[in-house]
Design a protein around this ligand. Structure first.
Ligand SMILES: Nc1ncnc2c1ncn2[C@@H]1O[C@H](COP(=O)(O)OP(=O)(O)O)[C@@H](O)[C@H]1O
Ligand SMILES: [Mg+2]
Length: 286
C-alpha cells in the first residue's frame, strides 16, 4: 500500500451520483486524474471535523497496515453540480466549494455481511483494537462501515470517532475512558485484542501520529476555538491518541463470544447469496 507524505490533491470534474446508505450524503465523483472517488463534503451538516477524523484515523490505519482505501483531497467548483436535479445535493455542492475529502472508490465492493464473510480472530482483533484507539462508535452490527473487496475486508467511514475533538478542554479525560466493543460488528469473531495491541501499539509513536496529523489540510483546522495555530490543533490530536494507544487494550469490553452469529447463513439467505441464475421467473423461495 502506498503512503504519501501528504494527501494527493485532485480536482472534481463530474458529480456522478449520491450514496444514500449513510447519513452524510457522500457522493461519487470523477476527478482530473481519471480516478473515481467517494467524496465527503465540507458543507455537510456534520461539519469539517468529520473530515479531520477521516484523515487522522484513515491515515493512521493505513500506516498500521489496515486496509483503508487511499484518501485524497478534492477541489470542488460547485458549478459542476448546477445540473444536479436533487435540491439537497445541489445545496451540498454549493456549500462545499474548495477542499473536500475523497476516498478511492472500490468498484464492485460489497457491504460487510457477518453471515457471509468470516473474519479470523487476528484480523478482528486488529480492527477492534484500532477502533478502540480512535473511539469509533460507528462499526456496529447495524452499521458495520466495512466493505469486502476482492476477498479482503476494507475499513471505511471514520467520521464518528475521537469524540474528544468536540470538546478539547476535556480531551485528556475523555481519551482515557474505556471502549465498549460489545456491539462491534467483529465482536462475535473472537477478536484477539491482546495480540493486536502487542503488535500495533508499539508502532503508534509520537512521530507516526505527527505524520498523520500533518496530513490534515490547514483549511479544516484554522480558527479552532482555544488554539493559536493549526499546528497546535494537530498537537492536540497527537496528545490524545498517544497515551490511549498505549493502554486502551486494558479497557476494552468485548462480552462473551457471541452465539448470535450462526455458523452458516440461514437457508433463505444462502439462496440469495448463491450466484445469480438470471432467471426471469418469480422468486421461488419456500
Ligand atoms: N471507498 C468506497 N468504495 C465503495 N463504496 C463506498 C466507499 N466508501 C463508501 N462507500 C459506500 O457508501 C456508503 C456511505 O459511505 P460512508 O463513508 O459510510 O458515509 P456515511 O457517513 O454517510 O455513513 C457506504 O455504506 C458504502 O456503501
Ligand atoms: Mg457509514
Amino acid at each position: 500500500m502506498r503512503i504519501d507524505v501528504m494527501l494527493t490533491e485532485v480536482t472534481a470534474t463530474r458529480y456522478v451520483t449520491p450514496l444514500r446508505e449513510g447519513g452524510s450524503l457522500p457522493g461519487i465523483v470523477e476527478a482530473d486524474d481519471l480516478g473515481t472517488y467517494v467524496m465527503k463534503f465540507t458543507g455537510a451538516g456534520q461539519g469539517r471535523k468529520t473530515l479531520v477524523a477521516e484523515v487522522v484515523c484513515g491515515q493512521l490505519a493505513r500506516r498500521l497496515g489496515l486496509r483503508v482505501p487511499e484518501l485524497v483531497t478534492i477541489q470542488l467548483d460547485p458549478v459542476i453540480g448546477l445540473s444536479e436535479p436533487d435540491q439537497e445535493v445541489q445545496e451540498l455542492l454549493k456549500a462545499s466549494g474548495g477542499l473536500n475529502l475523497g476516498m478511492d472508490f472500490l468498484p464492485g465492493s460489497l457491504g460487510f455481511d457477518p453471515l457471509a464473510y468470516e473474519v479470523d480472530p487476528k484480523e478482528a482483533g486488529k480492527v477492534v483494537w484500532f477502533d478502540a484507539v480512535i473511539n469509533n462508535v460507528d462499526r456496529s452490527w447495524r452499521n458495520p462501515n466495512m466493505l469486502v473487496w476482492h476477498g479482503d475486508l476494507w475499513l471505511i467511514d471514520h467520521g464518528a470517532t475521537m469524540i474528544w475533538h468536540h470538546n478539547w478542554p476535556g480531551a485528556q479525560a475523555s481519551a482515557a475512558k474505556p471502549y465498549d466493543a460489545s456491539d462491534h460488528a467483529l465482536a462475535p469473531f473472537g477478536p484477539d485484542v491482546a495480540a493486536a495491541a502487542a503488535e500495533l501499539a508499539p508502532l503508534v509513536t509520537r512521530e507516526l501520529l505527527e505524520e498523520v496529523a500533518a496530513d490534515v489540510p490547514d483549511e479544516w483546522l484554522v480558527d479552532e476555538p482555544g488554539f493559536d495555530s493549526t499546528d497546535e490543533v494537530r498537537a492536540a490530536y497527537v496528545s490524545a491518541l498517544l497515551p490511549r494507544a498505549a493502554t486502551i487494550h486494558e479497557r476494552i469490553t468485548l462480552g462473551p463470544r457471541s452465539e448470535r452469529r450462526p455458523q452458516q447463513p440461514p437457508g433463505w439467505l444462502a439462496e440469495r447469496l448463491a450466484p445469480r441464475t438470471h432467471s426471469t421467473e418469480k422468486d421461488s423461495t419456500t
